[in-house]
Design a protein around this ligand. Structure first.
Ligand SMILES: [Zn+2]
Ligand SMILES: [Zn+2]
Length: 70
């Protein structure tokens, strides 16, 4: 509830799925893992800290597990 799930990275336009590893700042700017690493977990838009986006319940647990291992 509340969190808007964005479908792509705001920096490089990489597609992000619900179960993808993604990072968000407090203003819900959304980035892929690569961009998060490149920006050292700092949002380029607002300088906020980027944290791992929670995976929504309902996402496939097998897919989720696969992502986590990589
Ligand atoms: Zn990106
Ligand atoms: Zn931001």
């Amino acid at each position: 509830m509340g969190l808007e799930m964005r479908k792509k990275c705001e920096r490089c336009d990489t597609k992000l799925y619900d179960y993808s590893v993604a990072y968000i700042c407090t203003h819900e700017c959304t980035y892929c893992e690569d961009c998060t690493k490149q920006t050292k977990h700092v949002c380029p838009n607002c300088q906020g800290e980027l944290v791992r986006r929670p995976i929504p319940s309902g996402a496939c647990p097998i897919q989720t597990k696969k992502e986590a291992v990589q």
